[in-house]
Write a protein that binds this ligand. Structure first.
Ligand SMILES: [Cu+2]
Length: 157
């Protein structure tokens, strides 16, 4: 009787420590030839206790780093960070101009319609390997419209 109860609680415990992170709408930014770096964006949704992304790897680049943007004297700079925290039952939004996963030393040009792999490492030891579509992202902060609209690409999925 006692043993059964113990076995059951061990089972419940082991399932509750599994990271419950769902990755929503991940993508990597398309870059022109010769561009050495790119970035990946996504929303990380956490259905459980707080957890962090602490690292990553991809076959598309030599190095994967976690980055954020900070404003320094009106200039926006990227900064490497050690972890991206996902609050308990919350989410972390990675988007252009904010948190992102930097792909450094691209091994190939990233073109729209391609996919790349990205493995995320979490603070609880879990890993998740994702397949990311490559998408054109309108240049960073500037969302300019107007003259010269002749060169636009749309990649709706
Ligand atoms: Cu960066």
């Amino acid at each position: 009787m006692m043993k059964k109860a113990l076995a059951l609680s061990a089972l419940l415990l082991s399932s509750s420590v599994l990271a419950q992170v769902t990755v929503d709408a991940p993508y990597a930014r398309a870059v022109p030839p010769g561009q050495p770096n790119s970035a990946a964006f996504m929303t990380l949704v956490n259905d459980s206790d707080a957890v962090s992304v602490v690292g990553g790897s991809s076959s598309a680049s030599d190095v994967v780093e976690l980055h954020t943007h900070t404003h320094e004297n009106g200039v926006m700079r990227m900064r490497r960070i050690n972890s991206i925290d996902i609050p308990a039952n919350g989410e972390a939004v990675l988007k252009p101009g904010g948190l992102h996963i930097m792909l450094i030393g691209l091994k190939q040009q990233l073109k729209p319609e391609q996919t790349i792999d990205l493995t995320l490492e979490f603070s609880d030891g879990n890993r998740q390997t994702l397949t990311l579509p490559v998408k054109s992202v309108m240049g960073g902060m500037k969302m300019k419209h107007g003259k010269g609209q002749g060169h636009q690409h749309h990649h709706e999925n």
